[in-house]
Ligand binder design. Structure first.
Ligand code: ADP
Ligand code: MG
Ligand code: ZN
Length: 474
């Protein structure tokens, strides 16, 4: 029996704002516990929330970028539940009237394009954090995170494989970072996702029973957890069993999902409109102003790279995977000018060391890379030496000229000097000379290799080739 996989994602993106969603406390990560708190985010009786305008603006940005319909009148609601990291006993979220609905986004998996529906996006506040003691049966609570603004983005169950789910997640991650509304840091939990997954027999319309996977803090974990759960559900169904609707935790060390809670414990949140907050009214002028302020988004930037820089689609896709990388590329291009050569070097040398999201850790500045490649263009160093110099730049952050000078890596382009070495190599290898004269012209590679060894890779390769050709054909 063949099964089809059905996946829908709920993503929480922590918004990048200076202060929390309903009070003036700082949202900065890593401060000593409970220092970024006030009566509002501590949930003290009598305190009142005041909405942060920037949060609404960020939500509008996402709504415009992913083709949502904006509810110009939307409302906050109380989601009631008890948990020690939630001082008020309810979370302020949105329920019946979220800020945005019916969005969509195009993804691409192995060359196939597909549009994924996005049910809704709403604003809400985050809860605090419990810290469990390793030894004692005690827990602590840090409320610095309570009231941090979140955008929850819920997809339609339109995804059909773990690959599609990861492609969707990556695309949304890129978009929030292009928009600069979230830093997207998955390790720090500012971009996290719960995945709902079910299987149904191919051809059947009705969805199967789903499970929900929590605790996935990297693209790789999302992929692995979904693959695992896909296999597990298939085995259960093939065995004639039934899927139990439950919440599962992905355990990356044991590489398996573990039950967190069953459906019988499912919450009844008793949502109701928050009486402390008036409905949010958004006028068209505000939407228009935000629209004008939107940066170029990944798809548009990719198309521009293809159209105006004549880059292959493959290169353009990689270079626009993150805003940092695309910015880095363009900054370097401004000083160097050769798009395809630059793309090749970035694709092989730079992205071997840094993911597109972590380019900020790269000590080589775009201008320094441009300088390095210009030196190759001018014949000062060979392409091969450039890679060595680049490795040095990554380690030291030094300028390429300084490294080339210090290490004596300047390309040997003195014809007289090289000709003498060429003559010596020819005399020392009569066997290969004979082979060349017998028509095995490929041995030219051997000769050039010898010269490279002697010059520690510094001989100008075009010149070396020509000198051997001339000498051997004499
Ligand atoms: P809840 O609020 O209980 O989490 P929702 O209806 O809001 O439930 O759905 C949450 C997510 O689960 C959405 O992304 C949706 O697309 C997805 N989803 C719903 N039903 C299924 C299913 N049968 N299989 C896979 N995903 C599903
Ligand atoms: Mg859910
Ligand atoms: Zn506060």
């Amino acid at each position: 029996m063949e099964f089809e996989t059905v996946i829908g994602l709920e993503i929480h993106a922590q918004m990048k704002t200076k202060s929390k969603i309903f009070c003036g406390c700082s949202t900065e990560f890593g401060a000593p516990a409970n220092t970024h708190t006030c009566p509002v985010c501590l949930g003290m009786p009598g305190s009142l929330p005041v909405l942060n305008r920037q949060v609404v603006e960020n939500a509008i940005k996402l709504a415009l970028a992913a083709d949502f319909t904006i509810n110009t009148r939307n409302q906050f609601a109380r989601k009631n539940y008890f948990y020690p990291d939630l001082p008020k006993g309810y979370q302020i979220s949105q329920f019946e009237l979220p800020i945005a609905e019916h969005g969509r986004m195009e993804i691409e998996v192995e060359g196939a394009k597909k549009t994924i529906g996005i049910t809704r996006a709403h604003m809400e506040e985050d809860a605090g954090k419990l810290i469990h003691d390793d030894v004692e049966p005690e827990s602590y609570v840090d409320l610095n995170r309570t009231g941090t603004p979140l955008l929850e983005i819920v997809s339609e169950p339109d995804l059909r494989s773990p690959e599609e789910a990861v492609a969707y997640l990556k695309k949304l991650h890129a978009i929030v970072r292009y928009l600069d509304i979230s830093d997207g840091n998955m390790q720090e939990g500012s971009f996290r996702c719960d995945a709902n997954i079910s299987l149904r027999p191919v051809g059947r319309e009705k969805f199967g029973t789903r499970t929900e996977l929590k605790n996935m803090n990297s693209f790789k974990n999302v992929q692995l957890a979904l693959e695992y759960e896909e296999r597990r559900q298939r085995d259960v169904l093939l065995d004639g069993g039934e899927i139990i609707q439950q919440t599962l935790l992905w355990n990356p060390d044991k590489m398996r999902t573990e039950s967190m809670r069953g459906k019988e414990e499912a919450h009844d949140y008793r949502y109701f409109p928050d009486p402390d907050l008036v409905p949010v009214e958004i006028d068209q002028a505000w939407i228009g102003a935000v629209k004008k302020s939107l940066p170029e988004l990944p798809d548009a930037r990719k198309q521009r790279f293809i159209d105006t820089l004549q880059l292959p689609e493959y290169d353009a896709t990689i270079l626009t995977a993150s805003r940092e990388l695309a910015d880095y590329f363009e900054a370097s291009l401004a000083d160097y000018g050769q798009a395809k050569k630059l793309s090749n070097f970035i694709g092989t040398e730079l992205l071997r060391e840094f993911t597109p999201e972590r380019l900020c850790d790269c000590p080589v500045k775009p201008g320094q890379l441009a300088k390095l490649l210009s030196m190759v263009e001018e014949g000062a160093i060979s392409g091969k030496i450039a890679k060595t110099v680049f490795a040095d730049m990554l380690e030291t952050g030094n300028d390429p000229e300084a490294i080339v000078k210090d290490k004596g890596l300047v390309q040997m382009s003195d014809e007289g000097e090289l000709a003498t070495l060429v003559q010596g190599i020819i005399e020392a290898n009569p066997e290969q000379v004979q082979q060349f004269r017998d028509g095995k012209t490929k041995v030219i590679g051997f000769f050039v290799g010898q010269l490279m060894q002697k010059t520690k890779g510094k001989a100008n390769p075009q010149m070396a080739n020509k000198l051997f050709q001339d000498a051997l054909n004499k």
